[in-house]
Design a protein around this ligand. Structure first.
Ligand SMILES: Cc1cc2nc3c(=O)[nH]c(=O)nc-3n(C[C@H](O)[C@H](O)[C@H](O)COP(=O)(O)OP(=O)(O)OC[C@H]3O[C@@H](n4cnc5c(N)ncnc54)[C@H](O)[C@@H]3O)c2cc1C
Length: 460
């Protein structure tokens, strides 16, 4: 283990790994402290198993085969970031639970380590809502779901956000009878209502029962089953209950008080846009900050924090974490992908929206998948206004490969290019990405009666 490290990174998940790698590349001596295997949520209980399960279910695997694929995918990715892999990259790993003691001192299961700089990347875990009768030991979360050995005949899922929707579809396709229970009046409450209704229809056609505007009154754990009683008097009975109602930051026992690291009202670590915490010499990244809870966002935060922690130049001009070009994807089929500003946000800046319904997209027609759409959101440039199409501010895409398409829009935002460049770029025919070119062209002229409309705070 590195003696006298320049930087201690606490938490070896997506954020911590990237921070350790970036700092090591920059010449710093880094110690990574992790209380389990390196990889964290994403590799073991998040992105990797969930995407593997979705893929296996989509190709028609049975439950056992699908779970084998999940385990094999996790192992394969985990070995690319295990202790040996870290060692090859010059990163020291210490396994144990870290606790801050103040003044740059970190206790790891009784051993005291010290570094002038610390990055906190402890992530988040499932939040169990305080419902009458609910027993955390008798339900499933993302931490136990992928360990199931027996396929549930029926599964109730509490929460219709991205994780709830993805797992509902995967299990329904594997042949489980799935009911999603959502408190809001629709699925994916944080997304465009049109996107949510496409996903709702897709889940319905996979046989998922969706109950929205549902207030859970009480959960009753029975022998080998669970009964969810709603306030309206109805109840849902299932073999298993999966709770996917949100995330709770992992800050317990971390000694934040000792070190002067403050939390915000939601219990997340309070950070500046520079990712500095309220304690000098300590930065925080990833899910524990309550900022964008994605692996690639944690990695982006890691680059900002490690630069700010270690570069002399950053002490004068620190980098800031900028979310304006970070995509967000829900991997249902069809996928829902967004980046940058929503239409409502763009409305305040005199933005415009060009929509391509996939009924008008040749690739979607040939694929027999015309249920999605693309909204390209643009806004005026300083001095130049809408010349050249203005600049790209955001997009929402709903479709089979939306998660791939969205990265082109992210590049356009990141490089601040004229939106017209997207129209001028020849896209291969017939691809899903052509929707981006079509939408950009609609900023200049009408195609089949479709142009661009002013962004509105009240969407159609
Ligand atoms: C079911 C599910 C699916 C998801 N799918 C996607 C997806 O498709 N794409 C995507 O981008 N994101 C996805 N996410 C989100 C993604 O997993 C997280 O955003 C990401 O893992 C956050 O990384 P992190 O480094 O902040 O935390 P984590 O990956 O949680 O890593 C933190 C690590 O720190 C350790 N730790 C905590 N406290 C201490 C301590 N005191 N001492 C030592 N170690 C400690 C924890 O054990 C943990 O392993 C998904 C999440 C879930 C739950």
């Amino acid at each position: 283990v590195t003696v006298d490290p320049d930087l201690i990174v606490i938490g070896g998940g997506a954020g911590g790994i990237t921070a350790a790698q970036a700092a090591t590349r920059g010449g710093a001596r880094v110690l990574l402290v992790q209380d389990g295997p390196i990889g964290g949520d994403c590799t073991f209980t998040g992105c990797v198993p969930s995407k593997a399960l979705l893929a296996a279910a989509a190709r028609g695997d049975g439950f056992d085969q699908a779970m084998d694929h999940v385990r094999a995918s996790v192992v394969r990715i985990a070995t690319t970031e295990d202790d040996d892999a870290m060692a090859r990259q010059g990163i020291s790993v210490r396994h144990g639970r870290a606790r801050l003691l103040g003044d740059g001192v970190v206790d790891v299961d009784g051993t005291r380590l010290r570094a002038p700089r610390i990055i906190l990347a402890t992530g988040a875990g499932p939040a169990i809502p305080p419902i009458d009768g609910i027993d955390p030991a008798r339900l499933l979360t993302n931490e136990t779901l992928f360990e199931l050995r027996v396929q549930p005949v029926s599964l109730a899922i509490l929460g219709g956000g991205p994780i709830g929707c993805e797992m509902a579809q995967a299990f329904a396709r594997l042949g489980t009878q799935v009911t999603v229970i959502e408190a809001m009046d629709r699925l994916l409450p944080r997304d465009d209502p049109r996107a949510a209704s496409v996903v709702e229809a897709a889940l319905a056609s996979d046989g998922v029962e969706v109950v929205t505007a549902a207030r859970v009154q009480r959960v009753e754990h029975l022998d080998g089953a669970v009964c969810i009683h709603l306030e309206n008097g109805s109840s849902i009975r299932a073999d298993q209950l999966l709770v996917a109602t949100g995330r709770r930051p992992s800050t317990e026992g971390l000694g934040l008080d000792h070190a002067g690291v403050e939390l915000d009202d939601g219990g997340f670590i309070r950070t500046e846009d520079t990712l500095a915490t309220t304690a000098p010499g300590i930065w925080a990244i990833g899910d524990v900050t309550g900022r964008l809870a994605f692996t690639h966002a944690a990695a982006a935060m890691a680059l900002v924090a490690s630069t700010n922690a270690l570069s002399k130049r950053a002490r004068i001009r620190p980098q800031r974490f900028d979310t304006s070009a970070i995509p967000r994807v829900t991997f249902t089929d069809p996928e829902v992908a967004t980046v940058g500003m929503s239409e409502t946000e763009a409305a305040e800046r005199g933005g415009r929206v060009a929509t391509v319904p996939f009924e008008a997209l040749d690739r979607a027609i040939t694929a027999g998948r015309t249920e999605g759409y693309l909204d390209l959101i643009v806004g005026p440039r300083r001095l130049l206004g809408d010349a050249g199409g203005g600049r790209v501010l955001g997009a929402t895409v709903v479709g089979p490969r939306a998660g791939e398409l969205i990265n082109e829009v992210a590049l356009a935002i990141r490089t601040r290019c004229f939106a017209g460049r997207l129209a001028q770029t020849v896209h291969a025919y017939p691809t899903w990405s052509m929707a981006i070119q079509l939408a950009a062209a609609q900023l200049f002229f009408e195609i089949d009666g479709r142009g661009a409309r002013p962004a509105s705070t009240h969407q159609p």
